[in-house]
Ligand binder design. Structure first.
Ligand code: AMP
Length: 285
């Protein structure tokens, strides 16, 4: 495995594999890798001959006052983990390589607002525009056959699928179930912002989502009430909830009683950390 930092070096390597007729899978990350990221790599291996991972903390998807500066950057350790998993190539570009005209001056992609302005987009204006723009740019650089994303970032995955469909991008999108700590907390680079007492409380997020999912699975369809109860559960557990919502699975449209499946999604602050998580549930009907 080796690491490249320029688009030219990336393309040179990828061209060799393409010439040999090999299939390429791509795993985009912001680094500070944990077992969730590593699961994406394992899936990527199962889907292709070669695996490219990127490590790039994308300034375009962070809002003012968010954690862009303090986001944990651990390239050397990440490289060791990826080498152990036999990743073929790591692409770790500096910001200037990704945005030669400056991050603020780059061309961006805006997926329709009905999808990107709700849920996390409501409190993070510009986040999904920044995220879809960097993913599109990375896709053009790597030109993978398949790209692997975590279901942990459910809205992100939905936005990417929509972008790929709307722009006819020649890449398959693969979703991987969320990797969790033994107590249910979804793994995240941002969990390290939690103090010891907060870490004890943190599994209550997944517990609240799971309770709502169990009620849906048992036939309850008063979505507004389920959302209110979930929000209250989070407050009672010591979180400052941002949202607790039920949506139709996959589309993130408002839930209908005859939807085949739903997603229960929440974002909540706990101390310095902003945690997100979700649970999908099939309709019992
Ligand atoms: P990030 O480095 O946080 O931007 O995440 C990179 C990729 O890893 C995204 O596709 C995430 O959805 C995915 N990911 C993050 N946490 C998890 C997790 N706990 N389980 C599975 N995938 C995850």
């Amino acid at each position: 495995m080796h690491t490249v930092t320029t688009v030219a070096a990336l393309r040179e390597q990828v061209a060799v594999w393409r010439e040999a007729g090999e299939r390429i899978a791509f795993v985009p990350t912001m680094g500070n890798l944990h077992a969730g990221h590593l699961k994406l790599v394992a899936r990527a291996h199962a889907l292709a001959d070669r695996v490219v991972a990127s490590i790039f903390v994308n300034p375009l998807q962070f809002g003012p006052g968010e954690d862009y500066e303090s986001y944990p950057r651990t390239l050397a350790e990440d490289e060791k983990k990826l080498a152990r998993l036999r990743v073929d190539l790591v692409f770790a570009p500096p910001v200037e390589e990704m945005y030669p005209n400056g991050a603020g001056e780059t061309t961006t992609i805006r997926v329709p607002r009905e999808l990107t302005d709700q849920l996390c987009g409501a409190s993070r204006p510009g986040h999904f525009e920044g995220m879809s723009s960097v993913v599109a740019r990375l896709f053009n650089m790597v030109q993978p056959d398949v790209a692997v994303f975590g279901e942990k970032d459910y809205q992100q995955l939905t936005v990417i699928r929509r972008m790929v469909r709307d722009l006819a991008m020649p890449v398959e999108i693969e979703g991987v179930p969320t990797e969790r700590e033994p107590d249910g907390l979804a793994m995240s680079s941002r969990n390290q912002y939690l103090g010891a007492a907060e870490r004890e409380k943190a599994p209550a997020l997944y517990a609240a989502l799971s309770r709502a999912a169990a009620r849906l699975a048992a036939g309850e369809t008063d979505f507004a009430r389920l959302a209110r109860d979930g929000f209250a559960d989070l407050e009672a557990a010591g979180f400052q909830p941002e949202y607790f919502e039920i949506r139709e699975a996959e589309t993130l449209h408002p839930p209908r009683t005859d939807s085949p499946a739903w997603a229960v999604l929440a974002a909540a602050r706990l101390g310095r950390a902003r945690l997100i998580d979700n649970v999908e549930v099939s309709s019992p009907a």
